[in-house]
Ligand binder design. Structure first.
Ligand SMILES: Nc1ncnc2c1ncn2[C@@H]1O[C@H](COP(=O)(O)OP(=O)(O)OP(=O)(O)O)[C@@H](O)[C@H]1O
Ligand SMILES: [Mg+2]
Length: 235
């Protein structure tokens, strides 16, 4: 495998709830290289979202170190976190998170706007990104004029527009029917074949086995990390 992109070492996220400590992430060590397609799977409450927030530079751990593309993220300020997110990560969420009052093109342009990309280049890159997901002709449409699967494709286009080092997908098929889920998963696989690094969070084993490598968490700890073939054999 290639160079490490994500290096998590002894990551803890501990919440103090009155007298009780909740160890949402309880000593996670994980390294993900460029070009991998990894599913992080676990039951409700196992600590997936907590870990996704740390990997996505949306939150910092209580303890432990996190390097993303060689940069130490574990004790960055909020502004620094926002900057590295913009530069390196494309997010795909279960509920698409498209802005209802912006058309498709404007939605896809948004992260580029935050990244300070100029008007012309923004338009061009956003349009190219919409083309990649097969929705170029619909650029003027508003999100509510699209099906769920199409909206998820727009959110993928938005994630791709900034040419991120990492695509981080949180239950990307959670709101979709099985046929549309299939399309979205096939598209993620294609992006991975084209060299994109993908980390996908899911509670669903049948989705997790679409990745190449599976990391399973239970009570905030990793209890499986290996090839999808080996994972498929134990579930
Ligand atoms: N802000 C918080 N304050 C206190 N406890 C929290 C907080 N966030 C998460 N937790 C606790 O940490 C544990 C892990 O939560 P997390 O949201 O990471 O689980 P999850 O695997 O994403 O679950 P789900 O599949 O239901 O989304 C849970 O016990 C949860 O109650
Ligand atoms: Mg969650």
């Amino acid at each position: 495998m290639g160079e490490p992109l994500i290096e998590l070492k002894d990551i803890y996220k501990i919440y103090q709830m009155g007298d009780e400590e909740v160890r949402a992430n309880d000593g996670i060590t994980l390294s993900i290289s460029k070009g991998e397609f990894v599913a992080i799977v676990g039951k409700s409450g196992s600590g997936k979202s907590t870990l996704m927030n740390i990997i996505g530079a949306l939150d910092v751990p209580t303890d432990g170190s996190y390097y993303l593309g060689g940069e130490d993220v574990s004790d960055m300020s909020d502004d620094q976190l926002a900057a590295i997110r913009n530069r390196m990560i494309g997010f795909i969420f279960q509920q698409y998170n498209l802005l209802p009052k912006l058309n498709l093109l404007e939605n896809v342009e948004l992260p580029l706007l935050y990244a300070g990309v100029g008007h012309e280049e923004r338009r061009e890159r956003a349009m190219k990104s919409l083309e990649r997901v097969g929705l170029k002709e619909k650029w003027r449409n508003m999100p509510n004029q699209l099906s769920g699967g199409q909206q998820q494709r727009v959110s993928i286009a938005r994630a791709l527009a900034g040419d991120p080092s990492l695509i981080l997908a949180d239950e990307p098929t959670g709101a979709l029917d099985s046929r549309t889920s299939r399309e979205v998963l096939d598209f993620l696989k294609q992006l991975n074949r084209e060299g994109n690094t993908i980390v996908m969070i899911t509670h669903d084993n049948s989705i997790a086995v679409e990745a190449k490598r599976v990391v399973r968490i239970h009570d905030g700890k990793i209890n499986f990390d290996g090839d999808v073939e080996d994972y498929a054999a134990i579930i």
